[in-house]
Design a protein around this ligand. Structure first.
Ligand code: GP9
Ligand code: MN
Length: 403
């Protein structure tokens, strides 16, 4: 009902932070190119396997981009689709199931819909079946103009593996569509090759495997590095087509790739004796790289999550806060340093709260549970976001907007 939506508006208004005057509107009218890196965790960045960098291209690209090294995924059972939901709505995915499948006909106020009013064209590119995760329906709801899915690509036995088209031909073929697209555009490219169980063709192998005797962990750097190369080629193509200078490029990991079941092998790879619950939380970090033409590279270590990207993008474009958003602009001096997970873990500047235990964030040492009282208060956000989705409450907000 209406009073609930008032409560949520009030909460998110109180959370709102001032914009960064230097960066607000810096990308006005530019294209947005989001690249979702399948199952890519932050620990691979800068890491080597037997003397070979796993992500040589990204390591380089970071040098002239904003790089966020404390950025967490916030997905639940809806995996990639949950990350997409977080990005486009700045709402939390649901505690059970995939919101793309359970609530695809709700009223939302997603970024593509907002940008349409500014003359933007929007599209998602992905080499899998269009109905996977109910994407075709949900993209329509969120206001996407186009979904370039499996049927748009030439796929044969030589250029696919695992769930679909390999990332290198995916980006190459996508360029045919992208170069024809009306500008400015808001686009997302969803990679696929680095998906569990990390199968690859030997001819695609660029780095050695890890050697832990856990095949999932061992193969992981090989498929990650394949995607790194695919992105390198894509960026090269963007430069050749003149799109690079006119686009903000945002590269991020969708969710973890190595589950807790593989912690023994992962501990070996990370040179740790064991993976504690604190480490498990820290392993939920995924890379976030934001490249803005003309801006120098900088590493930013604020605590942040996928929920923060929508407000960040809207501020870079000079559009500002629209409707309800739970995240805060990553570039704001007063960005809220918090990441709330769907499993009810919370990370703040000072603490990591998980599995009823409170840890000092910097050292990982267990501390008095009371230290995490404030961190736990952030959990109310999940309830507010959930009730908004269960009650389809944005109906009321959009009704008011249209009147
Ligand atoms: C499927 C791809 C992978 O199209 O996005 O999905 P995931 O299993 O990671 O959610
Ligand atoms: Mn995924």
């Amino acid at each position: 009902n209406n009073s609930d939506v008032e409560e949520i508006i009030e909460y998110t208004k109180n959370k709102d932070v001032p914009v960064n005057d230097e960066l607000y509107g810096i990308a006005e009218g530019k294209n947005i190119i989001l690249i979702s890196m399948e199952s890519t965790q932050q620990f691979v960045i800068g890491k080597e396997v037997r003397g070979k960098e796993i992500t040589p291209f990204l390591n380089d690209f970071i040098k002239d981009s904003y790089y966020f090294d404390n950025f967490y995924h916030q997905t639940g059972q809806g995996k990639t689709s949950d990350s997409e939901f977080l990005l486009d709505n700045s709402l939390y995915p649901l505690p059970r199931g995939a919101v793309f499948q359970t609530h695809p006909l709700n009223e939302y106020f997603a970024t593509p819909e907002i940008l349409k009013k500014q003359g933007y064209h929007s599209a998602v590119f992905h080499g899998n079946n269009k109905s996977f995760w109910n994407r075709d329906i949900m993209y329509n709801t969120m206001g996407y103009d186009e979904y370039i899915s499996q049927e748009y690509y030439t796929i044969n036995e030589n250029n696919q593996i695992n769930y679909g088209l390999k990332d290198r031909p995916f980006f190459k073929q996508s360029m045919d569509y992208l170069s024809e697209m009306s500008q400015p555009f808001y686009s997302r490219f969803i990679t696929l090759t680095n998906h569990h169980p990390y199968k690859y063709d030997e001819s695609d192998q660029l780095v050695p495997t890890f050697e832990t005797n856990d095949p999932i962990v061992d193969r992981y750097p090989v498929t990650v590095s394949y995607t790194d190369k695919a992105i390198k080629e894509f960026i090269g193509q963007l430069k050749a087509n003149g799109l690079y200078e006119n686009s903000v490029i945002i590269i991020y990991g969708d969710h973890y790739g190595i589950s807790e079941r593989h912690n023994d092998a992962l501990a070996q790879v990370l040179n740790k004796e064991e993976i504690t619950p604190y480490d498990n939380v820290q392993l939920q970090r995924v890379p976030l790289i934001i490249h803005i033409p003309g801006q120098k590279g900088k590493t930013i270590s604020k605590v942040s999550g996928q929920i923060d990207l929508k407000p960040t993008i809207l501020n870079l474009l000079g559009i500002g806060q629209q409707g309800i958003q739970f995240g805060t602009d990553l570039f704001s001096e007063q960005h809220k340093n918090v990441a709330i997970f769907r499993d009810r873990s919370v990370v703040t500047d000072a603490y990591v709260y998980t599995k009823d235990t409170c840890y000092d964030r910097a050292s990982g040492a267990e501390v008095n549970p009371e230290s995490c009282t404030e961190a736990q208060q952030h959990l109310q956000e999940l309830e507010l976001s959930d009730s908004l989705i269960y009650g389809d409450l944005l109906r009321f907000l959009n009704m008011a907007r249209n009147n």
